[in-house]
Design a protein around this ligand. Structure first.
Ligand SMILES: Nc1ncnc2c1ncn2[C@@H]1O[C@H](COP(=O)(O)OP(=O)(O)OP(=O)(O)O)[C@@H](O)[C@H]1O
Length: 356
């Protein structure tokens, strides 16, 4: 178990700032996901923790010790990469035990540890196989085992399952979560898949253009995004431009109370928080398309001013194309200048935070 403290870390490649004053504390046994679009700096952060890049500035401490300038092999970290890069001329056991051999552990002890870790990743009995006789998923399990056998204080995973199909990816990430919790290992996992982050993480760091947009628990990120970027990146969100006047927001044919300063604002409302009722009012929306998924239906809506929105309704709805509907956001947020201007319901999360 280990504690990681990253303080004001920056990484420049020539004129490109890949990571900009990044700070993050990861607690003992915690699994944190770095989530963001391609090029947002996730891998660079991970590579700096693992020792594969040197920060331009800032500090990285593991259990209080500064490691930012140590080579990878001098750090208590191991990294699992997207492409497994196994040695094809070695057996599975040879691949997994290689790092222990470098540490000059006795053969018998290496064999024991390799067997233990093979069992842990669900490959008991596979030690003698050549790695090219394994499926992609099994190869990634070997790569994970090769990292785990070194008993790192911090396990780093850089999109380890990106090359696998959806089904296998879901299974392996559940297994990683189980192993991580069983071993109580501190872990960082890079992904650009929000589902993966939501399924795995104790906390998620949402990155954009080298900086942190928000760090929070998955449920908090979904319910209380702090910026429009996070609101749009996690789950589906409807955005509608409008104006606040006399304590009311108006936009997209909707009007609701918003006791905040007058001016432009962006309404953000989740599809499941948008309720529909029949109406013929001039500012009503029109049902564009209905897609039934069995458990729920998604209604595509045309709002005034060429705005599009989605609503999620129960499967027993009666809506059909060209119906005219009035929209009512049951829960919503207003954004202005890239920050939250107003939330319709201070949630339990906010209330709890204020009470602390
Ligand atoms: N070795 C390098 N030399 C120059 N620029 C680099 C180097 N490594 C990364 N970059 C740049 O730094 C920025 C961040 O890259 P990084 O790989 O960390 O992003 P990422 O969020 O992990 O993206 P992806 O999801 O595509 O892997 C990008 O603009 C990238 O082009």
């Amino acid at each position: 178990m280990a504690r990681l403290e990253i303080n004001g870390v920056t990484k420049k490649f020539g004129t490109t700032t890949a990571v900009d004053t990044f700070s993050l504390d990861v607690g003992d046994g915690e699994l944190v996901c770095l989530l963001g679009p391609s090029g947002s700096g996730k891998s660079t952060v991970l590579r700096m923790i693992g020792g594969f890049e040197t920060p331009t500035g800032g500090s990285i401490r593991i259990d209080g010790e500064e490691v930012a300038r140590l080579p990878p092999e001098k750090r208590p970290t191991t990294m699992v990469f997207q492409s497994h890069a196994l040695w094809s001329h070695m057996t599975v056991a040879g691949n997994i035990g290689f790092g222990l051999k470098l540490r000059r552990l006795p053969k018998k002890q290496i064999a024991e540890k390799v067997d233990q870790v093979l069992e842990l990743v669900g490959l008991a009995g596979y030690g003698k196989r050549q790695t090219n006789q394994l499926s992609g998923g099994q190869q990634q399990r070997v790569a994970l085992a090769r990292s785990l056998v070194l008993e790192p204080k911090i396990l780093l995973l850089d999109e380890p399952f990106a090359s696998l199909d959806q089904h296998l990816r879901e299974r392996l990430r559940e297994e990683v979560r189980d192993i991580q919790q069983r071993l109580k290992i501190t872990a960082l996992f890079v992904t650009h898949g929000q589902d993966e982050a939501l399924a795995l993480a104790d906390r998620i760091v949402v990155m954009r253009d080298g900086h942190i947009e928000q760090i929070d628990r998955p449920d908090v990120l979904y319910r209380e995004p702090q910026t429009p970027f996070v609101a749009g990146f996690i789950g589906t969100m409807n955005f509608v431009e409008g104006q606040v006047r006399n304590g009311m927001f108006t936009g997209g044919g909707m009007t609701m109370g918003a006791p905040v300063a007058e001016g432009p604002a962006t309404l953000a409302v989740r599809p499941e928080a948008l309720s529909l009722s029949g109406a013929l009012a001039p500012d009503a929306a029109t049902v564009h398309r209905v897609v039934d998924f069995g458990t729920h239906a998604i209604i595509d809506l045309d709002l005034p001013d060429e705005v599009r929105a989605k609503a999620m309704v129960s499967p027993d709805h009666e809506w059909k194309g060209a119906d005219r509907v009035l929209l009512k956001p049951e829960r919503f947020a207003l954004f202005r200048d890239n920050a939250v201007l107003y939330r319709s319901q201070p949630s339990a999360i906010q209330t709890a935070r204020h009470a602390q």
